[in-house]
Design a protein around this ligand. Structure first.
Ligand code: UDP
Ligand code: MG
Length: 310
């Protein structure tokens, strides 16, 4: 059977969202008049979401469950969705109904006009704390400035991608992933559609500050060497100051004009440079740890239950 749309939703403890998500997706997709499948990737839920997903799949064969052996994280769940999707267009959508399913039809319209990546741009965000909005805005702009790929600001993972694009993404098996960066990196014809990001339908966010920080680090280290170069710039700066200071201090000494009194100055200089060196080491460590993970070459995720192939 030929499938036009694959809707992929990563699910981590979203038990109260699943029935409503399914209902709204079904309504929208049935109205499109084209064939579709709904891939629910269960990312190690512990609240009974798994059973809810299985139930749906028993009743409706358009629902295809991909069930992980444990929690692997949102980005990896998206990857599993790419791997199992069979449609000509693949749509990634959050399971908490923050991304309105109705927007899918607008994304599809652009796809039919010939765009291969259609990302949804958050024009407005509802029901999120000022801290989340502020850090998100800062994050998108920072990433835009320091990375080599131009990742459009204020876009999340909610997007439609053509089969051609997903086939390329499937070959990118990097471990610490930033899917929206990867989908910007591949090129193709891309465009955005604005939408209003709704509040969560039920439950609470599964992105505590720690996870957001990790995602930000993955984005930066995955698409830029900037943090590594900072150490070089700083080294030149500190060495430059030293070179300038040597003749000045020597001159002061010779002429007997003493402006510096030993200890405090020395201590500050040592602490400061020591701090900078340790930070640089830590940055190196971030990259080396990632290298080590890649070298191990473990599978990205472990499947407990894969959907049946017809
Ligand atoms: N999610 C996931 N694994 C995780 C964390 C989140 O699959 O480890 C899913 C979650 O169920 C939701 C989507 O990723 O469908 C986005 O998460 P959330 O809504 O909590 O993030 P926020 O919208 O608050 O940034
Ligand atoms: Mg959400």
């Amino acid at each position: 059977m030929k499938i036009t749309y694959s809707i992929v939703a990563p699910v981590y403890n979203e038990i109260d969202n699943i029935p409503e998500l399914y209902r709204r997706i079904k309504e929208v997709m049935d109205s499109s008049g084209e064939s579709w499948e709904f891939i629910l990737v269960d990312d190690g839920s512990t609240d009974g979401s798994t059973e809810r997903i299985r139930e749906l799949a028993r009743k409706d064969s358009t629902v295809r469950p991909v069930i992980f052996a444990r929690n692997f994280g949102h980005q990896v769940a998206i990857t599993a969705g790419w791997d199992y999707a069979r449609g000509d267009a693949i749509i990634i959508i959050d399971a908490d109904l923050q991304d309105p399913p109705e927007t899918i039809l607008e994304l599809a319209k652009k796809w039919k006009e010939g765009y291969e990546v259609v990302y949804a741009v958050r024009a407005e965000r509802e029901g999120e704390s000022w801290f989340k909005k502020f850090t998100a805005a800062l994050f998108y702009r920072l990433i835009y400035r320091i990375t080599d790929v131009k990742i459009p600001v204020d876009t999340g993972d909610f997007r439609l991608m053509d089969r051609k694009v997903v086939n390329v993404l499937k070959q990118m098996r990097e471990r610490h992933r930033f899917p929206r960066g990867m989908s910007a990196w591949v090129g193709f014809r891309q465009t955005g559609v604005e939408y209003k990001r709704a509040a969560r339908y039920a439950g609470v966010t599964k992105y505590p500050f720690k996870k957001m920080l990790r995602l930000a680090l993955n984005a930066i280290t995955g698409f830029s060497y900037f943090p590594l170069q900072v150490a070089t710039y700083f080294g030149f700066f500190a060495a430059g100051i030293a070179i300038l200071a040597i003749p000045i201090v020597a001159y002061m000494r010779v002429t007997g004009w003493q402006a510096f009194y030993g200890q405090a100055t020395t201590l500050i200089a040592v602490l400061f440079l020591g701090g900078v060196q340790l930070i640089s080491l830590g940055i190196l460590g971030e990259y080396i740890g990632r290298l080590y993970d890649e070298a191990k070459g473990r599978p990205l995720y472990i499947i407990r239950e894969a959907p049946e192939e017809e």
